[in-house]
Write a protein that binds this ligand. Structure first.
Ligand code: ARG
Ligand code: ZN
Length: 466
């Protein structure tokens, strides 16, 4: 139930997509529905993702040499066609593609910006499962996002810090690069001996021969491409089973080890607390990667094993851990809804403080509300950043959290926490939208919450009442 000015934003932003759809329809039955589209329809990142198929599994075999920064890759992408496909795209930026096969048969391909355009020898039938193998190599480079930040394969002095939100997955593997399409992953990453390669999920094995070590990782629950990592470096590794049976694997840059230790020690208790508040931890495997990477300058909730560019403080650990529920297990269908990730993870920090002898969420809310009307905080509505350049700005995080606090005050603690758990439970390993969250909140509380959401996530400017 979008509020008026959010609806305005949607129509304006959605216009190019509608035009594209019209043009495709006008092209007639000969081409429409036969060529997979070059984007997933996201107005903020028009070429991100692709149409015509859903990926079920990525099998990534990588070799990386930190000295030369050379990457060798082979990706086996298993997908199901949602339409007949005479041609389809994967997203891949940079790198050189040597060979593409579809179901074992050599396929024609060309590069067009970030699109790897593949023409199989024979069309893929609708509903058919098919397997695309891409062999590639080169020196991966990160992308520069509209907000100026770097993401993707970010080289470091001893390896690479690999964080893909929102666009960077395509800098190191051919992907359907949009959170709409989640898949399971297998990784086999070979690096020089003494270097560690850390990916998502659980470690399946480690084998050394001829001075090189291969790390095999498996992420069995569905994962959005931006949450994939294969971070490489010289790390101190710590492995243990937490109370409750969760397998923890931490890899820490020795230069950050002493600063990280006290916070990482709290990971099991943070996850246990979050499981109590949000419902069962959604993944196999947990842990952290701490890799000093000033070039990145941010942490990312890489699935099952968040990635930190420096020793995290406790709030950051709580934040990235909360994303395992909100963002990773329950994924976005459009980047515009980013407050469902960042507002929730920020509110988790407030709740953690409140329940661990710190500042109350009310105090956090009041402190923010007191900030001047011209503060960045009120610059745009959290549920409508307006462009990909603003998806990580203050309103998304802080005002998103304020909106959840207002919801809590309106429906009461009991209902509020039930809403959070139901959200995480009902959409586990799937997707959620802002409209669905509003509907759930109204259903669970029996209240009309239109005005509340309109004021707190749908309208720019400082609301006249706290
Ligand atoms: N999702 C990350 C967080 O935990 C932020 C990622 C920022 N990414 C970027 N390219 N600036 O808040
Ligand atoms: Zn976050």
């Amino acid at each position: 139930r979008p509020a008026p000015d959010r609806r305005g934003g949607l129509v304006a932003a959605g216009l190019p997509i509608a035009v594209v759809a019209l043009l495709a329809a006008a092209a007639g039955p000969a081409t429409a529905g036969t060529v997979g589209s070059s984007g997933a329809g996201d107005p903020y990142f028009v070429l991100a993702g692709n149409g015509g198929y859903n990926v079920h599994h990525y099998d990534l075999t990588l070799g990386y040499d930190p000295k030369s920064r050379h990457l060798d890759g082979r990706a086996v992408v298993t997908a199901r066609a949602t339409q007949r496909l005479t041609r389809f795209d994967l997203d891949l930026k940079g790198l050189k593609v040597a060979r593409v096969t579809v179901d074992g048969v050599k396929a024609a391909f060309r590069r067009d910006g970030q699109e790897l355009v593949i023409t199989p020898r024979t069309a893929v039938r609708k509903d058919k499962e098919f397997r695309t193998t891409v062999t590639y190599a080169g020196t991966p480079k990160p992308v520069t996002d509209p907000d100026g930040s770097l993401d993707g394969w970010i080289p470091t002095d001893d390896g690479a810090f690999v964080a893909g939100e929102p666009q960077g997955a395509m800098t190191w593997f051919p992907a359907n690069n949009h959170p709409k399409d989640k898949a399971s992953y297998d990784f086999a990453v070979t690096v020089p001996d003494g270097t560690t390669a850390v990916a998502n999920g659980v470690l399946r094995g480690k084998k050394t021969s001829h001075g090189r070590t291969t790390f095999r990782w498996r992420q069995s629950e569905p994962m959005a491409a931006y949450l994939a990592t294969a971070t490489v470096g010289r790390f101190k590794v710590e492995q243990y089973t937490a109370p409750g049976g969760l397998k923890v694997y931490n890899a820490v840059d020795p230069r950050e080890a002493s600063a990280s230790a006290p916070v990482l020690k709290k990971l099991p208790s943070v996850l246990a607390w979050e499981s109590k508040v949000f419902g069962p931890y959604p993944f196999h495997g947990a842990g952290a990667v701490v890799d000093r990477a000033p070039q990145a300058g941010y942490a990312l909730e890489t699935q099952a094993r968040p990635l930190y560019d420096r020793a995290p403080d406790l709030s950051t650990l709580v934040h990235e851990s909360a994303h395992q529920w909100f963002g990773d297990s329950v994924s976005l269908t459009t980047w515009k809804d980013i407050w469902l990730n960042e507002g929730f993870a920020t509110y988790a920090e407030w709740l953690y403080d409140e329940q661990h002898g710190g500042r109350s969420a009310q105090k956090a809310f009041d402190a923010l509300y007191a900030s001047a009307a011209d503060s960045d905080l009120w610059a745009f509505p959290p549920a409508n950043p307006g462009s990909g350049a603003r998806i990580f700005d203050t309103p998304v995080y802080a005002r998103g959290a304020m909106a959840l606090h207002k919801l809590r005050k309106a429906v009461g603690d009991r209902t509020f926490f039930r809403i959070l758990r139901t959200w995480a439970g009902d959409h586990r390993d799937g997707h959620g939208t802002t409209a669905q969250f509003i509907r759930l909140s109204e259903r669970r509380s029996g209240k009309d919450l239109d005005k509340l959401f309109h004021t707190w996530i749908g309208t720019k400017g400082k609301p006249s009442q706290p």
